[in-house]
Design a protein around this ligand. Structure first.
Ligand SMILES: Cc1cc2nc3c(=O)[nH]c(=O)nc-3n(C[C@H](O)[C@H](O)[C@H](O)COP(=O)(O)OP(=O)(O)OC[C@H]3O[C@@H](n4cnc5c(N)ncnc54)[C@H](O)[C@@H]3O)c2cc1C
Length: 475
């Protein structure tokens, strides 16, 4: 009898290093790749009312699905696309197709776990199985020198315990061929942004993006950052920049949707080190990928705590105001602090913000505006192209002093950060055009511009750009 397996693609929209796909090919005569567009992900709102998946990320995911479908077709298969709740849609497909298994990547955060658990329970009622595979991290949990429940709480301890002790495994190859027979089921059209609830005006307003979703563009970016531009060789010096695309790798959107596997990035990095050069910068990219693994393991260890006001510590931060006006100023990039505003405006316009920008804007929301950190975290969740629950909430926990770092209250001075990382104000001027004529010496504090100069420039603080809110914790 012919056996069939469904491969449920989730945030693993690739064919390289795809364990679930390999397992399915090993087990079944026919493999049916499926993606389910879940309205709870694409059309719901967060608890503070932001779209759960903002328009930039929605576009990136649709592009990724298009690319995945094309790559599957080139391997002799197809991607079945359906809309609905995966626990119902997949259950129905299993029955319809007489499939024996559903193979998928295991997710670890609440909403995703609820869905996979619900599907698993339904499948049990008809004697079918959900089989979990791995592929989100550099390391396999079974290779770690500690059980997940004993993951060290600080990054340094984590790094010390893993980096010299265990090896990152080689990525699995892309299958040459995927066993597939036409089941007679329609493949299903790829939805567009309007199907996901975005208006014509919102879609028309979307600028072209430097990030295109999909495994093919993700692999191209890997090639470009390492082998074509060699930008990797100066990563450690440039990674805090916000202005140039090559300041950092920009792998995160592809990593977050699983278009790129972290093991593939690591394998290319090692190859680059062997063939071209190995230096502090090449090591530092690996170091940053370790942060990603660390936050995922912390998410596994602490479960829902990462989403709670007191985070991992259970202690509430000093202030948790939910002041709409302050929040609106922050979210729209109108706080009067140019280094904060420029980053927020870039996020709104593109879905991306540098790591430095994220640290400074998050710290500003928490420590200067004294707002509930969860408002900021949910806003990032909505807007970020690379949103990942563990990395996002883990970093917010950390900055709000409710995470794993023993040094609570990490306050960044947004004015001196601006001077340090954008001394000429080029980045600020790119995103805050009302400051384009302000000289570099005043660009990070435009309200301090002398009156006569302001008059000469026709610039009026408070009229042309907000006067900054100045809290008392600046140092
Ligand atoms: C408040 C806040 C929220 C964040 N939310 C997210 C998020 O939702 N998704 C996300 O992928 N990253 C998040 N980060 C981490 C980091 O800012 C981004 O991964 C990074 O800016 C992406 O750009 P890049 O790919 O060029 O990074 P690079 O500097 O080139 O780093 C390479 C890779 O390492 C990983 N990485 C780097 N820094 C971190 C970090 N601090 N934590 C976890 N992984 C890291 C990413 O996968 C990144 O792609 C957040 C950071 C902060 C401070």
């Amino acid at each position: 009898m012919t056996t069939r397996a469904i491969v449920w693609f989730r945030q693993d929209l690739r064919l390289h290093d795809h364990e679930a796909l390999h397992d399915a090919i090993r087990h079944a005569d026919e493999v049916i790749p499926v993606f389910v567009v879940d309205p709870r992900v694409f059309q719901a709102r967060t608890s503070f009312g932001f779209p759960k998946t903002g328009i930039h990320r929605a576009r990136f995911i649709l592009e990724s699905l298009d690319d995945l479908r094309n790559r599957l077709r080139a391997k002799g298969a197809d991607l079945i696309i359906r809309t609905g709740k995966p626990e119902i849609v997949l259950f129905d497909l299993v029955k319809q197709l007489g499939a024996s298994w559903v193979f998928c990547n295991r997710e670890r955060t609440r909403q995703e776990v609820n869905v996979q658990d619900a599907l698993e329970h339904r499948l049990w009622t008809i004697g079918r199985e959900l089989r979990y595979s791995r592929g989100k991290m550099l390391y396999y949990t079974q290779d770690l020198p500690f059980p997940v429940t004993h993951t060290p709480d600080t990054f340094t301890q984590f790094r010390n315990q893993v980096e010299r002790v265990i090896q990152v495994r080689a990525p699995l190859p892309t299958p040459d061929h995927i066993p597939w027979k036409d089941t007679g089921l329609p493949a299903g059209a790829l939805p567009d942004l309007s199907d996901l609830g975005w208006s014509v005006e919102e879609v028309d307003r979307l600028p072209t993006s430097a990030f295109r979703g999909g495994e093919s563009p993700g692999l191209d970016r890997l090639q470009e950052y390492l082998w074509t531009t060699h930008a990797i060789a100066t990563y450690k010096e440039t990674r805090n920049g916000s202005q140039h695309f090559n300041d950092s790798s920009k792998f995160s959107p592809w990593l977050a949707q699983g278009c790129l596997s972290p093991k593939m990035v690591y394998a290319e990095l090692k190859s680059y080190e062997e063939k071209v050069q190995s230096n502090e910068s090449t090591y530092w990219l690996f170091f940053e990928l370790l942060w990603r693994d660390n936050f995922r393991l912390i998410g596994k260890k602490y479960g829902d705590d990462i989403f709670k006001p007191g985070g991992l510590t259970g202690r509430l931060p000093g202030s948790m105001r939910q002041d709409e006006q302050r929040f609106h100023a922050w979210a729209t990039g109108n706080t009067g602090v140019p280094f904060v505003d420029s980053h927020m405006r870039e996020l709104n316009a593109t879905g991306f913000m540098s790591n430095r920008g994220r640290q400074v804007t998050a710290s500003f929301l928490i420590h200067h505006l004294e707002l509930d950190w969860r408002m900021g975290a949910e806003y990032f969740e909505s807007k970020l192209l690379d949103y990942d629950p563990c990395s996002n909430y883990g970093n917010w926990n950390y900055l709000a002093g409710v995470g794993t770092d023993p040094r609570a209250d990490r306050v960044f001075n947004p004015w001196s950060q601006g001077q340090k990382y954008d001394s000429e104000g080029c980045y600020v001027k790119q995103w805050v055009p009302e400051l384009k004529d302000i000289p570099a010496s005043y660009i990070h504090q435009p309200e301090s511009i002398p009156e006569d100069l302001a008059e000469e420039l026709g610039f009026c603080p408070g009229r042309d750009y907000p006067v900054s809110f100045t809290g008392e914790k600046i140092h």
